[in-house]
Design a protein around this ligand. Structure first.
Ligand code: SF4
Length: 260
């Protein structure tokens, strides 16, 4: 393990400033995290330790900066004219569910302003306060990193159990979600597991889109800058054929599959 796992739940419970979000960075005109043009808030802290994480500096729950929720709402309102019919605000990470109560406040305020809300999550928590946040989330982007729990744990140091439970919960609410899958040669591209992954969600009615995210090595320099050894040195990026093969398997089960 390259960074110590911290007491994430305690960090959440000890939050004594409900008016501020701990964030890593902010993107004002994002086009990759949800529909349309979006303000993307990358929050700080994550419970996963993905071997390919391209933002290792976003994992520490005590890092980042504190930003007033009202200030973020004001920024979103100023940008609203650019969002058009489909855009809005996305909260990504790091892992947003660690700040779920504060994000519920944030999303409620955005909805009062008529702004579309989107949450990009690894699904590590499936609790009543997460469900409350999802009530105010127009679109959930759920990262399901491996369908096999053993492989999932090798890849992320965490089980996929709650992620699958959260997907089932979202399905039960009838509210939309996109599923995201990082395609890593030798780790997540096994045809039998791609098939299992697709079969697991194939009957879901709320899955509007499946996004295949090809593994890349753009975060290596951050690992090096932090004095860490990048665990996937030597892992190639997927070839065109490998991406098309994964897409072909998913397309047997889903109408809208894109490689991003
Ligand atoms: S879930 Fe995302 S932020 Fe967390 S370790 Fe994995 S890639 Fe990094």
């Amino acid at each position: 393990m390259y960074l110590p796992l911290q007491d994430i739940e305690a960090a959440h419970l000890n939050v004594n400033d409900p008016d501020h979000l701990r964030i890593h960075s902010l993107e004002t005109f994002g086009t990759h995290d949800g529909p349309g043009i979006r303000m993307v808030v990358f929050v700080q802290g994550c419970q996963f330790r993905c071997l390919y994480c391209h933002n290792p500096d976003s994992l520490d729950v005590k890092g980042g900066i504190l930003v007033e929720i009202d200030e973020l709402v004001k920024r979103a309102v100023r940008q609203k004219g650019y969002f058009g019919d489909s855009g809005g605000v996305t909260v990504s990470g790091g892992e947003p569910l660690l700040q779920r109560s504060k994000l519920t406040t944030f999303f409620k305020k955005l909805k009062e302003q008529g702004i579309h809300t989107c949450l990009d999550s690894n699904g590590k928590l499936n609790t009543p306060d997460v469900h409350e946040l999802l009530n105010h989330t127009d679109l959930l982007l759920l990262d399901v990193k491996h369908i096999d729990d053993e492989w999932h744990q090798k890849l992320t140091k965490q089980s996929n159990k709650t992620t699958l439970q959260l997907a089932a919960y979202r399905e039960s609410t009838g509210k939309p979600m996109w599923l995201r899958y990082v395609l890593v040669p030798g780790w997540t591209d096994q045809p039998e597991y791609l098939e299992q992954w697709a079969q697991h969600f194939g009957n879901y009615k709320t899955v509007e889109k499946v996004q295949i995210i090809p593994y890349h090595q753009l975060g290596i320099h951050k690992w090096e800058a932090m004095g860490l050894i990048y665990p996937l040195i030597g892992t190639p990026i997927p070839t065109y054929d490998e991406k098309e093969r994964a897409k072909g398997i998913f397309e047997k089960y889903f109408e809208d599959v894109v490689v991003v």
